[in-house]
Design a protein around this ligand. Sequence first.
Ligand SMILES: *Cc1c(COP(=O)(O)O)cnc(C)c1O
Length: 343
Amino acid sequence: MSGLLAKYRTWLDLPAYTLDITLHEGGTPLIPMPRLAAELGGGLELYVKYEGLNPTGSFKDRGMTAAISEAAGRGVQTVICASTGNTAASAAAYAARAGMKAIVLIPQGKVAAGKLAGAVAYGAQVVQVDGSFDDALGLVVELSHRQPVALVNSINPYRLEGQKTAAFEILETLGGAPDWLCLPVGNAGNISAYWLGFQQRGARPRLLGVQAAGAAPLVLGQAVEQPETVATAIRIGRPARGEQALAAAEESGGRIVAASDTAILAMQTRLAAEGVWVEPASAAGLAGLADELSAGRLDLQGRRVVAVCTGHGLKDPEVITGRMAAPQVVPVDLGALERLLAD
Ligand SMILES: *Cc1c(COP(=O)(O)O)cnc(C)c1O
């Protein structure tokens, strides 16, 4: 067992001084989804790359092992990021592993419970900004120019280097490229990293990037000042790597589309019905794919499709518990239990 840097170091453009700060991230499963594929009806072969199984529950760990290892190698003592939640938890964990301090800025009241808890548990200093993710990102970029802190948002090129490894793993597991890769798009680092990784190995899957309809600047062609969506991980109105993501989608012969919150939540439920529980943003890629198929805009007959499910369902329990009634209560009585189950 080793971490991603040890495994893929020769493929990653990292300075020689980079250390290896790892929690043994990566190596996530590519799960075949034949029932969902049949329901979608396009005759496709479908796999989910389940990134929720990384150490802190999202794909952010792939980029963070690289960014923190680089920062540690040049003696940085404090890292900072803006986050919709998962970057915060990941930065906090890898900083802790490296013996560094982490400062994370999050949009006030907009971060899912499991992510905030993670950042606190790993010992980060958490600051809420009375503004959006985009406002928080603006602040940390400026602060990192003034103070001796390393910025570990995906503007940091080493984040993308680490995140390329997911593309490598897919190619190795499938023994070749999928025809399509669908994934959620927020700040647009991940889709950019996949494209870099695939290209580096001479692979050219078509990319279907999916934004939430209430936070779809790349679909609308302009910034969204007040992005709103249940998929908090992609609640971003000014993607830092927007241009790069649009170029990647176009070069690949794919595109970036938007999916409604209703479609995203329906796909989250559908995935869980097959044993794969993901946070809402993680269902966006497949929600977009389902929309495109049902509108007849995609022909996937006999095609191999990989959907990237970026984060674990445990990250955002309130999306489920907030909508459900409390489970029924029975007395400690077998008859009462049998009557309840018979209803
Ligand atoms: C960060 C994140 C995204 C969006 O990734 P970008 O690189 O910002 O486009 C999607 N889903 C989850 C769960 C995330 O944590």
